[in-house]
Design a binder for this molecule. Sequence first.
Ligand SMILES: [Mg+2]
Length: 362
Amino acid sequence: MKITSIETGLYRVPLAEPLVDSTIRLTEWELVISRIRTDNGVAGAGWAYTLGTGGRAIRALIEDTLAPFVLGQDPFHTERINERLWWAISRMGTGLASFAIAPLDIALWDVVGKAVGRPLWELLGGCRERVPVYGSGINFHLDIDALLKQIQGFLDRGYRAVKMKVGKPDPEEDVDRVRAVRRLIGPRVALMVDANLAWTAAEAVKRATMLQPLNLYWLEEPLPPQDIGGHARLRAAVPIPIAVGESLYTKHEFAEYLRSGAVDIIQADVCRVGGISEWMKIAHLAHAWDIQMAPHVVYELSVSLLCAVQNGLIAEMVSGGSVSELGLLVETIRPEDGWGVPPKRPGHGVVFDEQALARYAV
Ligand SMILES: [Mg+2]
């Protein structure tokens, strides 16, 4: 079996509602989608997304630099291809490189699954049939009434875990908002907060101490990702699990966090770490530390990954921020009553609606 063609498209998709956190305001997404065909007729697709910038660079890297390393290869040789792709752009650093590798790697696994007739979650290990999902609100800009309405919507849809943004300039405002949500959801629904890199280590210790009585399930991205020592210091100072990973790009970066005792929950994003091959390595690495995976967004694919591994904790469903909700899939993939079930069709099962995509093509 040989790969005979690779075609890569860029799409700029307006969001149904603005997504706002402590550091960014988002009104559109970019999708870079690679489609791979083989000599026996099996085809697969993979993608990466951006927060609105860099899509053209990712597409150019794939077309000019990476695709030649994949063409003519046997799609079952995922490790051989992966090794060549990383070496091909290893001198560029990790961020942009991993975004460009992801669409190709995800498409390869799609082809492999289809070729053997198995869904991804079984192909990669087949550990469980379903995982819990949390309702994730990009709600920094909402006033308390709108915030509570959004969270109530999560409860109504059956979620037993919810996440909200923090990082307001006034620490008391954060406490008021988190307290209001805790009051609404009661003591037993898990509540996570996400600061999106807003603080220094000293500030984070202070903020986490103020929030601690509200019984948080995790505190996410309190500090810039480079400050591994700061994460370790925070983790030693407060009894709230620390979650990081959406701003890390390779297994080596995660290994450094694990070695430094700087993380409790790992949120590797399959589209940002270079695809399924790298995500699985990170998951197994975390398992060696008895640390669980709660991947950042990409719900439609993450649910399969979480069901494949032993240390899958929970999937994230962002309100207003999934390819299903944006109407880009032939068959929507959504949680039911707070549970995520992976697609049953062979491959990863995420099938883009080409007609719906066409109007966003760049
Ligand atoms: Mg986050």
